[in-house]
Design a protein around this ligand. Structure first.
Ligand code: UDX
Ligand code: UDX
Length: 434
């Protein structure tokens, strides 16, 4: 089938590449000329495992192309996906201006006699589909035929390609049989279970799913506090409750909290949506609060050991919001760098992929950047592990001890084994483990 994806970011670009991989013809549109020029040049603007290979293969096969022209994308495609950002506003509600703008852009180029399915892939508040349809109808000068569908994505950065190629489920929210049939055809090659719903339910599924996953994380972080106070081990507790199939072990990793471009914004949005609808979801406020205080508690532990942070040389491993990505948006690791710099610490960071974006977005001003984990740790009075990159588990502990001024580790992701680290001569503090 012929598909167009408007917005070639973490979601749009990976989705486009995966659709092309299963044989569809895909045009990725983006209004960022620099990004499109890079893509046309064979460069990949983001780091996502497996993506580069996928892009090159499908461009070479003539199934994937890039443009800045919405008109070209819409003209040449049967189905148009919208994957532009839906950032949070200061009060937590969602800024839908990019979605609205793209709806108008599509409307302006839809021609009479052209039937198009317009698919919302961005995470949006319930009822956005109705507004997109109204907007297209209002701005279209002719009598273009179209249907709006909601098709939320559930990809995790860092494993977006396998998540998209082998999804747990596909959710298609649509009120038109014709549109839903086309969507089912697009997803046939993925051989995944498909759930067809009305548009509002599909939109709600995305916010409810992400909120539930965030709730699981805050739940285990609250349990971690009880573990610290009682001498229990949160990893063992998570294993024990996770072995219950009704609960599952996934998303029960305690640490410094969730970050990224989705959870913080989606939970805030779901709270705002529930309030708008007159049914406040107060449980999610507690989820947010636990998440925020998880970082504060971690910094308090550092202060407890190091006493004064001003002028202390502190190494931080990790800047990205999770491993295997270069994404530093709403990263707890970055927030810790900022907290420590604000307290006057001499911070040196290392991240395998995230440093360039952190510098580009001016997120770690006042901190230095090292080229390797050991270089960051050189002369440090403490080391913080803020992202669980596999590379960090490979660092030789005796080399690390030699490099540091005082061998003190704060492991915010429970990456290392306490016994191993302590027997190598380190003072070691993690989350929910004594
Ligand atoms: C997405 C979503 O669409 C968001 O709703 C979801 O919650 C998280 O994932 P993401 O792919 O991470 O966002 O965003 P980003 O990497 O910023 O990519 C968005 C792209 O859209 C950018 O390349 C930007 O240049 C482009 N864009 C933005 C347009 O092409 N047109 C616009 O009007 C605005
Ligand atoms: C998430 C959802 O998982 C995905 O389905 C949705 O489409 C987009 O949002 P993503 O934000 O890419 O994906 O990553 P995810 O793996 O969910 O991690 C989010 C944050 O939670 C990270 O900061 C991670 O470190 C943290 N996390 C995750 C924990 O602290 N503990 C866990 O057990 C799992």
């Amino acid at each position: 089938m012929k598909l167009c994806i408007i917005g070639s970011g973490y979601v749009g670009l990976v989705s486009g590449a995966c659709f092309a991989e299963v044989g569809h013809h895909v045009i990725c549109v983006d209004n960022n000329e620099k990004k499109v020029a890079q893509l046309l040049n064979g460069e990949v603007p983001i780091y996502e495992p497996g993506l580069e290979e996928l892009l090159h293969r499908n461009v070479a096969a003539g199934r994937l192309s890039f443009t800045t022209s919405t008109e070209e994308g819409v003209d040449k495609s049967d189905v148009v996906f919208i994957a532009v950002p839906t950032p949070p506003q200061p009060d937590g509600s969602v800024d839908l201006s990019y979605i609205e703008k793209v709806a108008r852009e599509i409307s302006a180029v839809l021609k009479p006699g052209q039937y198009r399915v317009i698919v919302d892939k961005s995470t949006v508040p319930v009822k956005t589909g109705e507004k997109v349809a109204d907007t297209i109808r209002r701005y279209n000068k002719g009598s273009a035929e179209f249907d709006v569908v909601s098709n939320p994505e559930f990809l995790r950065e860092g494993c977006a390609v396998p998540d998209l190629m082998k999804p747990d489920r596909i959710v298609i929210g649509g009120n038109s049989e014709r549109a839903v049939a086309l969507m089912q055809k697009i997803y046939e090659p993925f051989m995944a279970p498909v759930l067809v719903t009305d548009i509002n339910s599909a939109e709600l599924i995305k916010h409810a799913a992400n909120s539930f996953l965030a709730l699981k994380i805050s739940y285990i972080n609250a349990v971690a506090r009880i573990c610290e106070a009682s001498g229990a081990d949160v990893e063992k507790v998570a294993d024990g409750i996770g072995m219950d199939k009704r609960i599952g072990r996934n998303f029960l990793n305690a640490g410094i909290g969730y970050g990224g471009s989705c959870f913080p914004k989606d939970i805030a949005a779901f709270i705002a949506i529930s309030e708008d609808l007159g049914v406040p979801f107060t449980l999610l406020k507690e989820v947010e609060k636990i998440n925020l205080t998880q970082r504060e508690r971690f910094i308090a532990k550092i202060r407890e050991t190091l006493w004064v942070l001003k002028d202390k040389k502190i190494a931080i491993w990790g800047l990205t919001f999770k491993p295997d990505t270069d994404d530093v948006r709403s990263s707890v690791a970055v927030q810790i760098v900022q907290d420590l710099v604000a307290e006057g610490a001499d911070v040196v960071t290392y991240d395998p992929k995230g440093a360039d974006k952190a510098i580009e977005f001016q997120l770690i001003q006042g901190a230095r950047i090292a080229q390797s984990p050991l270089e960051a740790a050189k002369g440090a009075e403490a080391l913080i592990i803020a992202t669980e990159w596999n590379e960090f588990t490979k660092v030789d502990l005796s080399e690390l001890k030699k490099a540091m001024h005082t061998p003190v580790i704060f492991d915010g992701r429970n990456l290392l084994d306490p016994e191993t680290v302590r027997s190598a001569g380190f003072a070691y503090t993690s989350v929910g483990r004594n």
